[in-house]
Design a protein around this ligand. Sequence first.
Ligand code: ZN
Length: 380
Amino acid sequence: MRTKHEKYLLELTALPTATGREQSVIAWVERWARRRKTVDLSRDRFGNLLLKRIGARSRKPIFFTAHMDHPAFVVVEQLGPRSLIAEFRGGVDDPYFVGSRVRLHSGEQDSRPGRVTRLDPPTKPGTDKRVLIELTKPADAKPGDILTWHLPAPRITRSRLRAPACDDLAGVAAAIAAFEQLNKIHSKQTAPDPPSSSGSPGSPDVRVLLTRAEEVGFIGAIAACKSGIIPKAARLVALETSKTFPDSPIGAGPIVRVGDRTSSFDPDLTYRISQIAQHIQQQDPAFHWQRKLMPGGTCEATAFQTLGFTATCLCLPLGNYHNMNADTASIDSEIISLSDYHSLIRLLIQVGRSLDDRAASPPLKDRLDRLFAQRRSLLR
Ligand SMILES: [Zn+2]
């Protein structure tokens, strides 16, 4: 199982993707879904993808969500055989651009190397910075083609993954891996879905929502809140990779993220998932997890929560966030820990199985009610 989950990770984090230009990731997910008879793939009118187990129905499904884009360049126009203008969609600091190497991904032809030679700031709010790129050899580029940073293919060394785009393709990989495992568990249980509010414990209705255009302000997530693809009573667990800090180190386990730079998440859902993580650790002391506010950025859970849904976030500590290596002041591969990734999948599977099991993940209110019942005599 670990081998397969690592294969998903290595394949996905290699794909060239950009905000609004997520086709290669979409094609990967389409191929994956086509090979699985029990999986239904649909999309909303904005192109966000939804994976669902065929026949699953409930009022309160659990959603694992992840975004399919990564900071990258999109061609605006070709000026000459070797030069083109592109815009950069996503958050990377200005000093990283001029001189950095890039690769053009255009149609079926092999990617073409080049270099950023000029950076122009955005001209007005809601637009992106633009760059001039000189290719090493002449190539045909069309508006909309993607350029990525020129980085080595993903590789695993000493239990770390170094890849061009962990954010958030590692989240996509984890969501799909956990979803697949939960479907297997379901198919081993012969009974049909009972018409309960959220499926029976161990046979939950877990869906995967893969969004577009997160890197410029989670536009796809906002769209998903408006498109009707998320049932009102759904519980959303947004999966992210999030900039590591000294108190949230890589390798210390996946993070139950209580909030981000902008807002804090649903207290009850966050508490219940923490309880589930705690329970896994009690059974297996080798399992590590963290509970943190990760203030390095704002994630889609803020969008879901603000627009009326119940949401929280699980994330992986990420090194070289958005390909910025602060030590070398240069563009570099992003880094996550492989054991954090596997532990995230394990936690997601357990969330799927026991979020609706009151004994395994008791609501926070139950705890307060119990405390009050035990101790109210003190107030006499
Ligand atoms: Zn990001």
